[in-house]
Design a protein around this ligand. Sequence first.
Ligand code: HEM
Length: 546
Amino acid sequence: MNSGNQTTATLSNGRSASTTNLGFLWLLPAEIQVLELLLALSMFVTLHALRQSKRQGLAVWPFVGMLPSLILGLRHDMYEWITGVLDGLGGTFIFRGPWFTNLQCVVTADPRNLEHLLKTKFSNFPKGGYFRSTVRDLLGDGIFSADDEVWRRQRKIASLEFHSAEFRSMTVRSLYELVHSRLLPVLESAHNNRTPIDLQDLLLRLTFDNVCMIAFGVDPGCLSPGLPEIPFARAFEDATEATIIRFVTPTAIWKALRFLDLGNERRLKRSLKRVDEFAYEVIRTRKKELSLESGDDKKPARSDLLTVFMRVKDDDGTAFSDGFLRDVCVNFILAGRDTSSVALAWFFWLLNRYPEVEDRILGELRKILEERGYNGEGVEGEKDLVFKPEEVKRMEYLQAALSEALRLYPSVPVDHKEVVEDDVFPDGTVLKKGTKVLYAIYSMGRMESIWGTDCRDYKPERWLRDGRFMSESAYKFAAFNGGPRLCLGKDFAYYQMKFAAASILYRYHVKVVENHPVAPKLALTMYMKHGLKVTLSRRNDTKLLK
Ligand code: HEM
């Protein structure tokens, strides 16, 4: 039966199919005109989009802007996709999202722009209101989300603490405990049982326990025997993931879901409740402990951040509220929890691909240990060899190898700022008030214009001058951010990574399981999507002696 412009045919396989061939013959002249108009319009739109793509790097479609290209990029490796676009456009491009959304931003990988953004015009590029309102439920007024005076005050207090001798000895002590009493026994048991382990998971547990000791002065025990699931760690993980989902959800929608207590917002609310219960319990207990402390107490003074912030008083003698103390701790946990562990996971993966780098690290360890009387089988009188802080400091090649891993796989692959007043980047990009700026740290590590033609090679040597480690400009190597908001935990993170890496490499050769898929996960932190499955073989001591 014909219905208007359709004919029905029977296919040779007996099935019936609708066809539209010559269907336009049934159209009225007015309908043909509309069809012609639509055809012309779509040709115009396509040509316009293609012309724009020549000028702007990506096709710009009506209504949806560059979203189709973004979706295509998301289907493959998002970071490589951004790198390709930036490379083709000299280091900066403007992303135009769908109309009426907040997905418009400037993306840059140009070191001159980073210096302008992070240092020269620092006050014109805060984290901004959009970021703060999105993360507010999790981070409150903590250092990570705060700007201006609220940020400055926390930075000052925490900075004094991070550079104090007490803090250093606390971090050395806590890391020694975690590596020697927890991590190494787990590795030894995996070695004895010949079972593959997820090294990334173990390292994440290590740094979570470590940063909780620094922030709260409490050890949650994620790396305890049996690798238990710790409710606080689980709740923290869930709350972070649910907060990140807000960034890819239109603001009105997540706010509506929050109001209705549905979906992702329900999950966020529940996990936050558990995070808060834990935090407020620690705060209550610590307050009690401190109030019972007498001045002549022989116990060493606590130097965790919670205690330090509890002791601070305003000019009028007012202490910080419990809510603010909770924000301080949660922010430090977020800042220091996964960054070093994912960097270490990429580092161990790179060592598998570049065994000559592992050999050079072992050579460096051997040299350092020989000064302690290392004889090829160990150091006399030291059954469980522990690297001393001054030895860790002298591991210059290891520091270069870790920096090189961070250059190629920065723990924070993309970071962002917001423009307060109209401005212009040194490369000429015009920035309107309220624009969001993303700086693509991952892409910067892969720019020939910054690192030369061998930018994609893993070459720790590029960090050495006469055998000594030389750091790079923070605007070229932005893995730790730069300017006044330079990562506060940078020195500690290097110590932590060097101590853990040296302690493992001295004892084991870490081999990535064959065909284990390795790819970055799309998240605020550069996790390995499938973890890092490895097997361990005990180090043949002669290898260290080579
Ligand atoms: C390899 C390890 C690490 C890397 C690559 C790293 C990287 C970064 C980056 C990129 C930022 C800037 C984030 C932003 O403002 O959006 C940052 C900030 C920060 N980091 Fe780290 N981080 C590491 C380890 C740590 C550790 C272990 C701690 C603490 C124990 C820490 C504490 C902080 C703090 C407090 C800030 C905020 C500074 C401010 O806004 O003034 N980081 N870090």
